[in-house]
Each structure stands twice: as C-alpha cells, then as structure tokens.
Design a protein. Structure first.
Length: 300
C-alpha cells in the first residue's frame, strides 16, 4: 500500500468515524438497533448534491442534509414508540422507503459534483500539500463530532438519554420521558450519518442512490473494533475509540485488498469485512480467557 492509498484510507476512516459515532449513539447509548443509517447516509448525499447543483450554498446544502437525516431518524423512532413496532422492523421500513425517496430527490440514480463548489473548495487554494488536505479536514470534522456528542452526553439531557438506554424502567421511575429521549437520540444519530453522507458526496465528487449499502456494517465494525482493542470505560474514550476503530478498519481493508499474495479483489470487500468484524468480536472473549488462565495459574 503506497502513501496515496494510505491517505485515502485514512480520509475514509475519519469520515466513517462520524458514522460510527452515530451508530454508537443508537446501538450502545440508546440500545436501539437502527438500520435507518443505510438510508440516511445516501439521503445526506442526495440532499446536499441536488442543492449544490441547483446553485445553493454548499454550507446550507450540508445543513439541509443534516436536517433531512434527523427527520429520517425521527420517523423511525416515531414509528417504533408511537405504534409500538419492533425497532428493527421500524428502521427497516424507513430504510426501504428512503431508497425511493432518495431517487425522487435526485431525479436519477446518481449526481456528479465535479466542478461544483463544495465546502472543501476553499481548501484547494491553501499552500498545503494536496495529499494531506482532505485527511486533515476530515480529522477536524470527526474531532468536532466527538466533542459535540461528548458535551451533549455529559449534559443533563444527555445523562437522561444514557439512563434511558441503560434501564428504561428506572428512567421512567425517575420521571424521564423515555419516548422523547428515543426520538431525539435517533434524530441526532441519523443527522450525524447524513452529515457524513453529505461530506462523502462533496469530497468524492458524486452522490449515488446505492451509497448506503453496508453503512450499518461499517459503523458497527468501527464500534466493535474500537471497543475490542481499546476497551473504553468512559464516554469520551468510547467516542474516540469509534473514530480510531473506523481508521483501523479502513486501513485493514485497504491493506488486505492491496496484498497481492492474498489474491483478494474489490469484490471480496464483504468477505474481508465479515472476517475483521468476527475477529474483533472474538478478541474480547479471548482476552478474558487469557486473563482467567493467568489468574488461575497465579493462584496455583
């Protein structure tokens, strides 16, 4: 893997770190398995792309993408809490509907943004090596996302949301409106994912209706890899672990696909993903068994 491939993997790792933070918020904080992200990621890309090609300021287009993602997450939560529908089924319903909605928004399967003004356009005039511009920009974005979610989860509303995910009955007993926490939590989660989709479209120069395929797997992989190798104990380290896990995951995939002796191709991406996620899930159990074995030997 050469330097260009490494920096490209680093850029995508930092970008998908924002997705991982959104997945952490729904899966870990709220204990709400949410598949909406497979639809909200391309939704963010579609909304920002169609607005940019229509002449709208890219910052406003990105803000609109975030709001669209929040609306998608809110819809999933509303279907679940209002009609008491299983969260997985509610998210699948929204995700399926979003495919058609994204096609309606774009009017065609994909939109090219080459030559269009994006939020990254001013960076092209910097006296800075072009190879490092986008990874640096994504580092700043992921850092802001980490700090924003950390500050939110450390606030009174954030603590109420964490209590909702930890123990719903106890949260209700303490006077916390569980439904509101789920609605707002999924809205924020999918807003982050839509932001990542908008940034992906503007950095890569296109938006496609199929961009969201496997997004939930990428997000879960980043969360699991981060937790497996860093074993975070506090919320800040968990958020940072998500981003680092996303980077490790992307670098591992890039190295695997560029290792000629393995004979892997781009079509083997799902296979590599399954192996990496499986390894990350087994690692904590292996670590626990090793520690138990060492403890037993020390007692003997």
């Amino acid at each position: 893997m050469n330097l260009i491939q490494f920096m490209g993997a680093l850029e995508l790792g930092l970008l998908y770190g924002v997705v991982a933070i959104g997945v952490l918020l729904s899966f870990r904080i709220l204990d709400f398995p949410d598949l909406t992200v497979d639809g909200s990621f391309p939704l963010g890309a579609a909304v920002s792309a169609i607005l940019i090609v229509s002449g709208v300021d890219p910052w406003l287009a990105t803000a609109a993408a975030i709001l669209a993602g929040m609306a998608a997450g809110f819809t999933t939560a509303w279907i679940s809490v209002r009609w008491n529908i299983l969260h997985l089924l509610a998210s699948i319903l929204t995700m399926t509907a979003l495919y058609s909605i994204n096609l309606r928004i774009m009017g065609r399967p994909n939109i090219a943004l080459l030559g269009e003004k994006t939020i990254f356009t001013p960076l092209e005039n910097l006296s800075f090596p072009h190879l490092y511009i986008m990874p640096t920009a994504m580092f700043v974005v992921s850092g802001i996302a980490v700090l924003f979610i950390y500050r939110f989860l450390s606030s009174e509303k954030g603590l109420a949301m964490r209590a909702t995910g930890a123990n719903t009955r106890m949260a209700k007993a303490q006077g916390i409106s569980v439904n509101i926490q789920i609605l707002s939590g999924l809205a924020i989660s999918n807003g982050l994912v839509a932001l990542a989709g908008a940034l992906f479209a503007q950095s890569q120069g296109f938006a496609d209706v199929n961009l969201g395929v496997g997004t939930i797997i990428f997000g879960l992989a980043a969360v699991i890899v981060g937790e497996a190798f860093f074993n975070p104990k506090v919320i800040l380290s968990a958020l940072v672990a998500c981003v680092i896990g996303s980077i490790f995951y992307r670098l591992a995939i890039a190295m695997a696909l560029n290792a000629s002796f393995l004979g892997l191709q781009a079509s083997d991406l799902n296979l590599v993903t399954s192996i990496l996620v499986g390894f990350a899930m087994v690692t904590p159990k292996l670590r626990a068994k090793i520690l138990d074995f060492k403890a037993a030997r020390s007692k003997a």
